[in-house]
Write a protein that binds this ligand. Structure first.
Ligand SMILES: [Zn+2]
Length: 252
């Protein structure tokens, strides 16, 4: 059993119905949180996941709409008496800053803090991030304002695969990462430096020959504009949907 739950689908300016983009992969052995915003405990509880059960945390890049919740997640885990290790993955740029941020909170003085293993990922395409019985995760550098990774999940049980672009301009690295996946989750913030429009997301989905395209990290609430699905369909023949908070993609 493995499923991916969208915990947030908004770009950086979130709204009451759409939290900043983050998601969780729930497997039998590993529960992998991808980015961590606000206080993630509540969104996780609404999705039926106890935050204490998270085994791994992937940080795609060091922007506040992707990592602002990490200090509070770690603090809440500590206050609830966590003893087991948590793995935190990211590029050197990201992990160095996260360690500095926790240093600003003087976490070395939090008594009996549980073990945290930081994993610094190389900025190379399809580098192995996590390999377990149920799935394998690899990361590739993408093109955003700061060093950022996209992710690919391959599920062993059924040979299905999913890729997530994270924040990026349209780039060949995402097309290669998402090659032949069943589902590509691609950002659609709009055509701007370091971001993509829905139409550009459609181009990448077509290049990757992805089975389905799910648009994420798009303007929500009062900033909603245009018909993103129609824009993506101009360049991609497959099924297109908007990711919404608590949408679940089942890979069992
Ligand atoms: Zn960003």
């Amino acid at each position: 059993m493995a499923k991916l739950i969208i915990l947030g689908s908004s770009n950086a300016v979130s709204s009451s119905d759409s939290e900043n983009t983050h998601m969780i992969l729930v497997g039998e052995e590993r529960i992998v949180l991808v980015d961590c915003v606000n206080n993630p405990v509540h969104r996780l509880a609404q999705a039926g996941v106890d935050f204490m059960d998270v085994t791994d945390l992937i940080l795609t890049h060091f922007h506040p709409d992707h990592v602002s919740g990490v200090p509070l997640l770690l603090m809440d885990m500590w206050l609830r008496g966590r003893k087991s290790l948590i793995n935190i993955y990211g590029l050197h740029y990201t992990v160095d800053r996260m360690e500095q941020l926790m240093g600003m909170y003087s976490w070395e003085n939090w008594p009996d803090f549980f073990p945290v293993a930081f994993h610094r990922l190389p900025a190379i395409e399809k580098s192995l991030l996590l390999d377990c019985e149920e799935f394998k995760i690899v990361s590739s550098p993408v093109r955003h304002l700061i060093p950022t990774i996209g992710l690919r999940f391959d599920f062993r049980m059924n040979n299905k695969a999913l890729a997530y672009s994270c924040d990026t301009e349209p780039c060949v690295e995402v097309a290669r990462l998402a090659d032949g996946v069943n589902v590509l989750i691609h950002e659609a913030s709009g055509a701007a430096l370091g971001h993509s429009s829905a139409g550009q997301a459609g181009q990448i989905a077509a290049q990757a020959e992805a089975g389905k395209l799910l648009l994420i990290h798009y303007p929500t609430g009062e900033y909603t504009n245009g018909n993103l699905i129609a824009e993506a369909r101009q360049n991609y023949q497959g099924e297109v949907s908007l990711a919404t908070d608590f949408m679940t993609i089942d890979f069992s």
